[in-house]
Design a protein around this ligand. Structure first.
Ligand SMILES: C[S@@+](CC[C@H](N)C(=O)[O-])C[C@H]1O[C@@H](n2cnc3c(N)ncnc32)[C@H](O)[C@@H]1O
Length: 261
């Protein structure tokens, strides 16, 4: 069953691809996560929401901080994977545009690889509603490093440049600091942190990673087999394990106090 309150491409893709997502998607670089932890103040006793938590790829990295973590994820199949991967953190149903929390009840919100799916202005308004005054919003995205030739070829196999055809919104091409500045977000200027990441994987994990891409996860088995075969041929001469390189960018915004205006 799909969730009608989020884009169909997300509901279908992440609903059908949840297991491949957990198996194939990368984690996040320690320096960028450390920057968010420091700047947001993710410390023991502080209530932090991982919004659009998916299978908990970012959440699990925050557990050692001792913060009071809570995850929100609209797709049931992703929540099921989350509960197995991160059993000590509660995950609840909800969307960025309708969060199941009281006003000013949260110290910080983090969003990994997902803000591009949200309605920018509605989500910012809702996140500001639940944040305590001065609370922070942290965003992070990994994107494949297409300056490496085989990774550029991988992106061609995935037909990444054509993903708009499947209503998949664009992500890392967007300068989110600029978008936040030009819309009614109420977060003031975003600060950024740039770094890189390497995901160690084998051929099967790479195939899982590719097939977890939302618009591929919802395609039929024959179409997926064609893509999987091309990916396997691309890395046929590679060692048993190899690195998929990413460039990573994190952003930090602090909720403006609009009552001061
Ligand atoms: C690429 S996954 C990222 C998952 C996880 N944060 C991670 O780092 O792996 C994008 C997630 O955004 C969720 N999503 C899409 N639209 C959403 C919305 N409007 N509100 C909340 N979550 C949404 C999807 O269900 C999916 O789990």
């Amino acid at each position: 069953m799909t969730d009608p309150s989020i884009p169909l491409a997300a509901a279908d893709g992440f609903g059908q691809g949840a297991a491949a997502y957990e198996a194939g998607r990368p984690s996040y670089p320690a320096d960028a996560v450390g920057w968010l932890v420091e700047e947001i103040g993710i410390t023991p006793g502080r209530r932090i929401v991982d919004l659009a938590a998916g299978t908990g790829k970012l959440t699990r990295l925050l557990v050692p901080t001792g913060a009071d973590l809570l995850a929100v994820e609209p797709v049931a199949a992703m929540r099921d994977q989350f509960r197995v991967a991160v059993p000590d953190v509660e995950v609840v149903e909800g969307t960025a545009e309708a969060l199941p929390f009281d006003d000013h009840s949260v110290d910080g919100v983090v969003v990994a690889q997902a803000f591009h799916w949200f309605d920018l202005v509605a989500a910012c308004r809702e996140i500001r509603r639940v944040l305590r005054p001065g609370g922070s919003l942290g965003l992070i995205w990994n994107s494949r490093d297409v300056s490496v030739p085989w990774v550029a070829e991988l992106s061609r196999i995935i037909r990444w440049d054509e993903r708009g055809r499947w209503q998949v919104p664009y992500t890392v091409e967007v300068d989110w600091a600029e978008r936040f500045a030009s819309d009614e977000t109420g977060f003031g200027p975003l600060r950024t942190f740039h770094t890189t990441y390497r995901q160690r994987l084998d051929e099967d994990t790479l195939v899982a990673r590719v097939l977890s891409t939302s618009y591929l996860a919802s395609q039929d088995a024959d179409a997926q087999a064609v893509v999987a075969d091309r990916v396997r041929r691309l890395v046929a001469g590679f060692p048993d394990t190899f690195d998929l390189p990413y460039v990573t960018v994190a952003y930090l915004g602090v909720a403006e106090d609009r009552s001061m205006r």
